[in-house]
Design a protein around this ligand. Structure first.
Ligand code: GDP
Ligand code: MG
Length: 172
């Protein structure tokens, strides 16, 4: 507790992307180290998780259903220091919508917000609709880092969250 009181900053990361891409599952995998199959409803979810990262408290927020109605609030964007933007490698529409998400992010988020693009469900390679190099190309176009993740197997999950925390600490 003493250590937490000494924390001088809260870093806020939010998960965005189409409904069904695996945002909640990714956060559950990061938080609990496990995969719980099946969709999480709009109301069920852990909301956010926290990690201590040296002198920072790192909060990671899930959009918990608002994305279905494209009503992610502007305040939610404005208060974010970092965004993990997800698509599903088996869903072309979720990939095509990344540009729309980025337009919204550029409109409402802080100009120096840290963004990372994640192609989730990397374990489902037999149903793949988006090649890895297509993800890489889109990320390069917007000058953001890119990784393929799997909330199911856990591949790159810790790495993605750690990379964001490091980038935030570096910029702070
Ligand atoms: P959200 O709407 O973005 O929060 O997506 P959910 O976390 O609710 O996941 C939507 C569906 O995709 C659920 O059926 C999950 O079990 C499944 N899912 C999520 N991530 C993965 C993954 O990495 N691999 C596989 N195979 N399924 C996943
Ligand atoms: Mg969800």
């Amino acid at each position: 507790l003493v250590r937490s009181l000494r924390c001088n900053a809260v870093l806020r990361t939010i998960l965005v992307g189409d409904s069904g891409v695996g945002k909640t599952s990714l956060l559950v995998q990061f938080d609990q180290g496990k995969f719980i199959p099946g969709s999480f409803s709009a109301t069920v979810g852990i909301g956010f998780t926290v990690r201590f990262a040296i002198s920072f408290l790192h909060q990671i927020w899930d959009t918990a259903g608002q994305e279905r109605f494209r009503s992610v609030t502007h305040a939610y964007y404005r208060d974010a220091h970092a965004l993990l933007l997800l698509y599903d490698i088996t869903s072309k529409s979720s990939f095509d919508n990344i540009r729309a998400w980025l337009t919204e992010i550029h409109e409402y988020a802080q100009s120096d917000v840290v963004i990372m693009l994640l192609g989730n469900k990397a374990d489902m390679s037999s149903d793949r609709a988006i090649r890895r190099d297509e993800g890489e190309r889109l990320a390069r176009e917007y000058s953001v880092p890119f990784m393929e993740t799997s909330a199911k197997t856990g591949v790159n999950v810790d790495l993605a969250f750690t990379a964001v925390a490091k980038e935030l600490k570096y910029r702070a």
